[in-house]
Design a protein around this ligand. Structure first.
Ligand SMILES: Nc1nc2c(ncn2[C@@H]2O[C@H](COP(=O)(O)OP(=O)(O)OP(=O)(O)O)[C@@H](O)[C@H]2O)c(=O)[nH]1
Ligand SMILES: [Mg+2]
Length: 389
């Protein structure tokens, strides 16, 4: 349902999105909330605004703590070929999975809320490693500050691993609640019809619509008119799938991100687990989340996690080499679709200017050592030798 905001509320929202400091954002958001008329059409918007306000107050609190020196931080610096965050209800076995997959030694206990702070470990896969992050439990609908922080980690991660326990008597409901909690924060993990994202930028002039989607009920000019009401004049509107004008409007305030996600149904060793898994696997299949039935205790399914992560992250490994030398042992990890020029950029920025051509061995070329130009797209396992002027 459209929000039909009065101009005053739209102006406040513009003030909020232009605000730089957390304090300014809090003030603008408070003003916005009082300027929004309360009716059915604005319910979601207000829900978002109140949550965002809670998050900002939390952030301010964190900042104060850091200023007075100390207090452990929730943030986990990325390392390896990708960061995957374990998320799930209390006692589902998140810490046990981290312990089983990596060399980390988190606390595991048979009572809920054992984990209080995130903790990371490295999961080896062939010649690379993924970073796995264990988090405190998520309690859907609780609105707790821990939820906010865990979802903050999820937003920053490269992939999400949902962890559920097969001894949960309401497993399907739990899955639905956790998925909803994640998606309500603008982290899209299910298959969806459409998705719109607005990237404001001084570098573009006007509003440009990009991406593989299509507008279902509006023209590009309608989008421009809508955004100008929010004082957005220079932006890229990125669309995927079928996108309505309403979707574009909610993208003004909710910053959607899509994250690859995987679900682990844990404790497959318990009696009755097989029966419990069936409806859960079905439900996850319906919403388009890949699932592994596993046991952190016995080891079932754990070996599947790294190869699935590799596929989900959509990355390729490239081995660089110098002429007449052996290729490097450690690959460069790049997004799928990267070019030989991206490889050059990763090695040294000087190479971009001096690039002449490259020789490539591997899946992306017809014959070994083929000579290619800068726009040549690399594939997993390619060896790349860059020649400069
Ligand atoms: N039978 C069985 N028990 C498991 C398995 N994985 C974990 N557990 C047990 O489940 C309990 C909770 O495990 P944790 O790894 O602490 O769960 P958690 O999700 O990290 O819990 P919180 O930190 O409280 O959110 C512990 O008693 C574990 O030994 C499993 O695969 N099978
Ligand atoms: Mg734990």
């Amino acid at each position: 349902m459209p929000a039909n905001l009065p101009p005053e509320a739209k102006a406040k929202l513009a003030k909020y999105s232009d605000a730089r400091s957390v304090e300014e954002k809090i003030q603008a958001l408070e003003e916005f909330i009082s300027a929004v008329p309360k009716h059915k059409g604005t319910e979601n918007l207000l829900l978002w605004a109140r949550r965002r306000l809670a998050e900002l107050r939390e952030e301010l609190e964190e900042k104060r703590k850091r200023r007075v020196g100390g207090g452990p931080s929730f943030f986990v610096e990325k390392s390896g070929a990708g960061q995957a965050v374990l998320i799930g209800p209390p006692n589902s076995g998140k810490s046990s999975i981290l312990a089983a997959l990596t060399n980390a030694k988190p606390e595991v206990a048979d009572y809920p809320f054992t984990t209080r702070m995130p903790r990371a470990g490295m999961l080896p896969y062939e010649d690379i490693q993924f970073q796995i992050v264990d988090t405190p439990p998520l309690l859907p609908g609780s609105g707790s500050s821990v939820n906010n922080r865990v979802l903050g980690l999820a937003r920053n991660a490269d992939a999400i691993i949902l962890v559920f326990s097969l001894d949960d008597p309401n497993l399907v409901e739990t899955i639905d609640a956790v998925v909803r909690e994640v998606e309500d924060r603008g982290i899209v993990i299910t298959r969806r019809r459409g998705l719109a994202r607005i990237m404001k930028s001084r570098e573009v002039t006007g509003v440009r619509i990009e991406g593989p989607g299509r507008l279902t009920d509006a023209t590009e000019d309608d989008v421009r008119r809508l955004l100008s009401q929010y004082r957005i004049y220079n932006a890229i509107v990125y669309i995927e799938g079928d996108v309505s004008l309403d979707d574009v409007e909610s993208a003004v305030y909710i910053n959607l991100v899509r994250k690859p996600a995987l679900a682990i149904l844990n404790k497959a060793d318990l009696p009755g687990a097989r029966e419990a898994a069936e409806p859960a696997v079905k439900r996850l299949g319906e919403i388009g989340i890949d699932t592994i039935v596993a046991s952190a205790l016995r080891g079932d399914g754990l070996g599947e996690i790294a190869p699935r992560l590799f596929r989900m992250l959509d990355i390729v490994r490239v081995y660089t080499k110098q002429p007449n030398k052996e290729p490097d042992k450690d690959p460069l990890v790049l997004h799928r679709g990267s070019t030989v020029m991206d490889v050059a950029k990763h090695i040294h920025k000087d190479l971009v200017r001096r690039f002449k051509y490259a020789r490539v061995w591997g899946k992306s070329v017809k014959y070994p050592g083929q000579r290619v130009g800068p726009e040549h797209v690399v594939e997993d396992g390619d060896i790349v030798e860059i020649h400069v002027r």
